[in-house]
Design a protein around this ligand. Structure first.
Ligand SMILES: N[C@@H](CCC(=O)N[C@@H](CS)C(=O)NCC(=O)O)C(=O)O
Length: 108
């Protein structure tokens, strides 16, 4: 039921530093994953298309983030957003800041 799935979402984002709710075939999700790979960080990934309860989790997640698309990225329980938001946070150095690592500065 909805309570179970929303509890799963809350537990997941509070138990892992970086969480990506994803679908394995989704190109935007691949892009978000690539950002963390670039930062040498391993996110906790929930592949919604590979779970029987994936649809229900997506419903519960949409109530938290106000969007039905994947990916949805969280760092320290804070909602970063989708793929575009994640790439933007990477480019701005916000992601490195949140992860406590030196920002890669290509302008130097
Ligand atoms: N602008 C969004 C695009 C995300 C997007 O379009 N994701 C597709 C899958 S690649 C989606 O969620 N489709 C609806 C669904 O899978 O339920 C972002 O940057 O995250």
């Amino acid at each position: 039921n909805d309570t179970t799935e929303s509890a799963f979402v809350k537990k997941t984002i509070s138990s892992h530093k970086i969480v990506i709710f994803s679908k394995s075939y989704c190109p935007y999700c691949k892009r978000a994953k690539a950002v963390f790979k670039e930062l040498n960080k391993v996110p906790h990934v929930v592949e919604l298309d590979e779970r029987d309860d994936g649809q229900n989790i997506q419903d519960a997640l949409s109530k938290v983030v106000g969007r039905r698309t994947v990916p949805q990225v969280f760092i320290d329980g804070k909602h970063i957003g989708g793929s575009d938001d994640t790439v933007e946070a990477y480019t701005s150095g916000e992601l490195a800041k949140l992860l406590g690592i030196a920002a890669k500065n290509d302008d130097l």
